[in-house]
Design a binder for this molecule. Structure first.
Ligand code: 5GP
Ligand code: MN
Length: 341
């Protein structure tokens, strides 16, 4: 755990400040929940806040309290630049390095001499003026709860804040099932329910939001699934054509990789998603046990993340990317066979 200059930060925040809060590119439930949860908290403390996101986020997150106030850097560039120019301090949530907001936004952010404050649970964070980094915590939302607790302000958590934080903890823990889910997580979740988070509504908003097309795309992905029992590995190729057949919308591929990981005996699961527009193959890695997909993604696919969930990318064709991937497996055979099921 890194807690850098927290005392200085807390005295800095004793005066009302103009605060910009930023999440990572392709924001997920934890990025949206943590930025908005922190925003609602800072608003209650009398600060002026603005949440910025690099780009769009999935439909199943469009109901979160305060989401309508978010500016998108790719669409509302002027408003974003204006908010940044007027800000006193910039909070970075749910990512560890500036490049995770994408090149355009990174270039803009690099021009600001404001202090940056990081709250994040990804490995190997860059250095910022103020830092609260803990890779053992399941979600940035849980860290925002802890952050509010450090200010002795748990009483300020209302239904909006509780709903935001509940959402990110739920999505980043796979609904409280990953190893990162601790008894502390459950105690925090219990408190968030006491403070107004409606657990059934939140689960339903996020997970019962399938379109017919998305389910059909899932069907295609499942029929593309390949299992390599000799490496306890399963992977799914999903081509641009597959996506177009089912009127692909942002977020439609979210979570599909978990089906590959749900095959009995599999400890390493990967989805390769062709993105013709960005000219990349987007890759999601998941594992069970000691096999670190963070290291694997960093070493070979320009990415990273956590030990058991990471992302990466390839600029090669989807066929060549998969070939590169399968050619790497023999090197990891022992590690994979000894990771647990
Ligand atoms: P996903 O596969 O859902 O895109 O990402 C899984 C996890 O890895 C998430 O926590 C995400 O933030 C992180 N992640 C995804 N892509 C990258 C990347 O390129 N670099 C790093 N450091 N983390 C990533
Ligand atoms: Mn997260």
């Amino acid at each position: 755990m890194i807690l850098k200059n927290f005392k200085e930060l807390s005295s800095y925040l004793e005066t009302s400040r103009r605060i910009v809060i930023i999440g990572h590119k392709n924001p997920d439930g934890d990025a949206i929940g943590s930025t908005l949860g922190l925003k609602h908290y800072f608003d209650k403390k009398g600060h002026t806040t603005q949440v910025l996101m690099p780009n769009e986020f999935p439909d199943f997150l469009h109901w979160i309290p305060g989401v309508e106030t978010v500016y998108r850097f790719d669409r509302q560039n002027n408003q974003c630049v204006k908010a940044l120019s007027k800000s006193d301090i910039i909070f970075l949530l749910d990512f560890n390095a500036l490049h995770r907001v994408g090149d355009d936004m990174k270039n803009t952010l690099s021009k600001y001499e404001n202090d940056f404050a990081l709250i994040d649970h990804h490995q190997q964070p860059d250095d910022f003026t103020y830092m609260y980094s803990d890779t053992s915590i399941c979600s940035t939302c849980q860290m925002v709860y802890n952050f509010i607790e450090m200010f002795d302000d748990l009483d300020l958590i209302d239904e909006n804040i509780a709903t935001c934080l509940y959402t990110g903890i739920m999505t980043d823990t796979g609904s409280f099932r990953f190893r990162s889910t601790t008894s502390k997580t459950h105690r925090i979740i219990a408190d968030l329910i006491d403070k107004g988070a409606k657990n059934d509504v939140i689960h339903s908003n996020v997970y019962d939001a399938n379109s017919f097309n998305r389910l059909q795309l899932l069907g295609r992905a499942l029929s593309n699934l390949q299992v390599l029992p000799e490496y306890k590995t399963a992977f799914i190729p999903l081509t641009q054509k597959d996506k177009e057949s089912f009127n692909y919308q942002k977020g439609d591929t979210e979570g599909i990789v978990n089906y590959a990981l749900s095959v009995k005996g599999i400890v390493f699961a990967v989805i390769f998603i062709e993105d013709v527009e960005q000219k990349i193959v987007k890759i999601s890695f998941r594992s069970k046990g000691s096999f670190s997909v963070n290291q694997f993604a960093r070493n070979y696919f320009n990415g990273g993340g956590h030990d058991n969930a990471a992302g990466g990318r390839s600029e090669d064709s989807i066929e060549n990317t998969i070939q590169k991937f399968t050619a790497l497996l023999p090197k990891y055979k022992n590690e994979l066979m000894n990771s647990y099921e």
